[in-house]
Design a protein around this ligand. Structure first.
Ligand code: ADP
Length: 284
């Protein structure tokens, strides 16, 4: 293959779970994060960043053998991204780690999960969440098939369009097809289906009643982590007991702001900026 010359290189902290945790913390949430990092400089940096955002990292352990998970992300001039991930320590986050974090789950309102860690660990977390009556949000990304058992323990699922296609076989093109996809997920026992539609916002179906909630119009520079920021902010909105539609608007605003900046975690906005966009004010 011919090399491509040009472009700019930069490194920034990322990883879906960490992005969601940082987005939630900056959006105003009180966040505890459970994860596994390598004992390397990427792990050191990641931990430093989480602490700087006032995230409780008691549930973050360091793996003596595996490196920290990393991803190489290519961003096109139009802001679209393609990603190659080396999972490293993420793949070694086993259910025992969740057991150790039981105390922070017990006192939480919302549990956010994503698929960059083993499925059995997600299942274990979802079951503990059920025990303590937490609301669970599953962001089914990166896309992969999921068992009915797991789907049945989830309260809210937030697939994007390609994840929706993989989970339901339905190509989301309009409200009707989005509702068809949502109904398939409702039939698996999920009460609230939020299909994220990029700049178009989301399609939300709550207990089989659906509507489109538009996104915010911004100049996209880098869409990396838009979904992560959406999930983190959504969790905050729901933990604050905002009505579902308001929590979605809050999350749409946070995610829209994130696409105006380069990078995963650097692009997660702070609460003031989110509230300003919601109020229709200019953000500096
Ligand atoms: P993912 O990043 O997981 O592929 P989406 O592309 O659907 O997910 O984006 C998640 C959310 O981020 C959207 O529902 C929307 O709120 C926001 N978003 C994404 N892209 C844009 C954009 N270009 N302009 C405004 N908001 C966006």
């Amino acid at each position: 293959m011919k090399p491509y010359w040009g472009g700019r290189f930069s490194t920034a902290a990322g990883g879906k779970g960490a992005n969601q945790a940082v987005a939630a913390a900056r959006a105003g949430g009180n966040v505890a994060f459970v994860a596994k990092l390598g004992r390397d400089m990427f792990g050191d940096k990641a931990l430093e960043g989480l602490k700087a955002d006032h995230i409780d990292t008691a549930g973050v352990s360091r793996d003596p053998e595996a490196p920290s998970g990393v991803a190489e992300i290519f961003v096109s001039d139009s802001g679209e991204n393609s990603i190659a991930v080396a999972s490293g320590a993420n793949a070694r986050l086993q259910p025992d780690v969740i057991k150790k974090a039981e105390a922070s789950l017990e006192s939480a309102d919302i549990l956010v999960m994503q698929l960059e860690i083993p499925l059995q660990t997600i299942q274990a977390a979802a079951e503990l969440a059920l025990k303590y009556n937490l609301t669970t949000i599953l962001n089914p990304a990166p896309a992969q098939p999921l068992s009915d058992e797991l789907l049945n323990t989830v309260d809210i699922i937030t697939p994007n369009e390609s994840e929706t296609r993989l989970l339901t076989g339905i190509e989301v093109q309009d409200n009707d097809s989005a509702q068809k996809a949502a109904d398939i997920l409702h039939a698996k026992g999920i009460g609230t289906v939020i299909i994220t539609l990029g700049k178009k916002g989301v399609y939300i179906s709550d207990q089989n009643t659906g509507e489109h909630i538009p996104g915010f119009s911004v100049k996209a520079v880098d869409t990396t982590a838009a979904g992560d920021v959406f999930n983190g902010a959504l969790a905050v909105g729901l933990a604050e007991k905002q009505p579902l539609q308001n929590a979605i608007k809050f999350a749409n605003a946070a995610a829209a702001l994130s696409v105006t900046q380069l990078g995963a975690q650097p692009s997660a906005p702070h609460r003031d900026a989110i509230l300003n966009l919601l109020k229709g004010k200019e953000n500096s």
